[in-house]
Design a protein around this ligand. Structure first.
Ligand code: ATP
Length: 295
């Protein structure tokens, strides 16, 4: 487990991280979400030892993280870091060798990864000849080629088409399933909503919320339900019911009060007595709503 503890950082006079704390556990994809400039890259660079935060510490499995620990990390930097004039396969092997992997093993692993991300046909082309999305696939191979024990990826999904998002996601999920903790940053809430099990939300250098995506969504969805009825006028006249929004023929409504689950069942009974109920469920708010609420 990685434990980011009370990190604050100033660039000159300007404070960009303010007491940032969160944990990254194994077996999960942890999405690190925030607007441009919120402090995601600075936090990741602090974890990786690329900058030394003004205050705070990073612990790995309970001890202060060392450079030896960090050598077992895989990192995909935001500014990317491939040599444009080097061939994809050569480059992936080269980075494995830099991490001390023997040539035969490096070659085998590079070929497996290149195949896995769908780049086999481009393996002998220079990186600069690839589209940005394909360069990103190559960058994922570089981050993974030494079989890292921890993965930190800065905006791995930005600029990818939906097929490439699925490929990269599949690779990251495999890593998480093997027990590798994965921390990835993103400013695309829809992507994070779909991909991550755990969330850390940062705004203006401060952590605003963290925890399981499901739990965060549930916390922010108290009393929220979705229903589809022929006639809903009666429902909206109930004193504790208010319309929130509509999606197609579904009505999303909020129940005020304490035991909203019990009350929702009463309303459902009433609805059934009046006619067909096509949809009824507890509604989870979208991440974008939570993001606006905590910002
Ligand atoms: P983005 O999604 O745009 O990359 P981010 O959440 O990763 O944003 P950071 O790159 O960590 O944010 O930047 C946090 C703040 O620190 C920003 O206001 C940025 O302008 C500032 N900043 C980053 N690097 C430096 C630096 N080397 N010197 C001064 N200020 C910096």
């Amino acid at each position: 487990m990685l434990d980011v503890r009370n990190i604050s950082h100033w660039y000159g006079e300007r404070q960009v991280l303010d007491d940032v704390s969160f944990t990254v556990t194994s077996g999960h994809l942890t999405g690190f979400v925030g607007a441009n400039g919120a402090g995601k890259t600075t936090t990741m660079r602090s974890i990786l030892g690329l900058i030394r935060p003004t205050r705070g510490e990073v612990l790995l499995d309970g001890h202060a993280i060392t450079d030896t620990d960090r050598a077992r990390f895989g990192y995909m930097p935001e500014e990317r870091g491939l040599y444009p004039k080097m061939k994809v396969r050569e480059q992936v092997i080269y980075f494995a060798r830099l991490h001390g992997v023997a040539t035969a093993a490096a070659t085998k692993r590079a070929d497996e990864l290149i195949e896995r991300v769908g780049l086999s046909e481009r393996a002998n082309e220079n990186v600069e000849a690839l589209s940005l999305g394909n360069q990103q696939r190559a960058q994922i191979c570089v981050a993974l080629v030494h079989d890292p024990e921890f993965l930190i990826l800065d905006e791995p999904f930005s600029g990818l088409d939906p097929i490439a998002v699925d490929v990269v996601l599949g690779v990251l999920q495999e890593q998480a399933a093997r027990g590798v903790p994965v921390l990835f940053s993103s400013h695309q809430l829809d992507v994070v909503e779909r991909l991550s099990d755990e969330l850390v939300i940062i705004s203006n250098g401060q952590i605003r919320a963290s925890g399981s995506r499901q739990a965060l969504q549930e916390q922010h969805s108290h009393g929220l339900f979705r229903i589809q009825l022929e006639d809903e006028a009666w429902l909206l006249q109930e004193p504790d019911v208010a319309e929130v929004s509509r999606e197609g023929r579904d009505l999303i409504f909020r129940i005020d009060g304490e035991d909203t689950d019990a009350r929702s069942q009463q309303l459902l009974q009433q609805a059934i007595a009046r006619g067909p109920v096509r949809t009824f469920n507890h509604e989870l708010v979208k991440l974008s709503t939570i993001f606006k609420e905590v910002r």
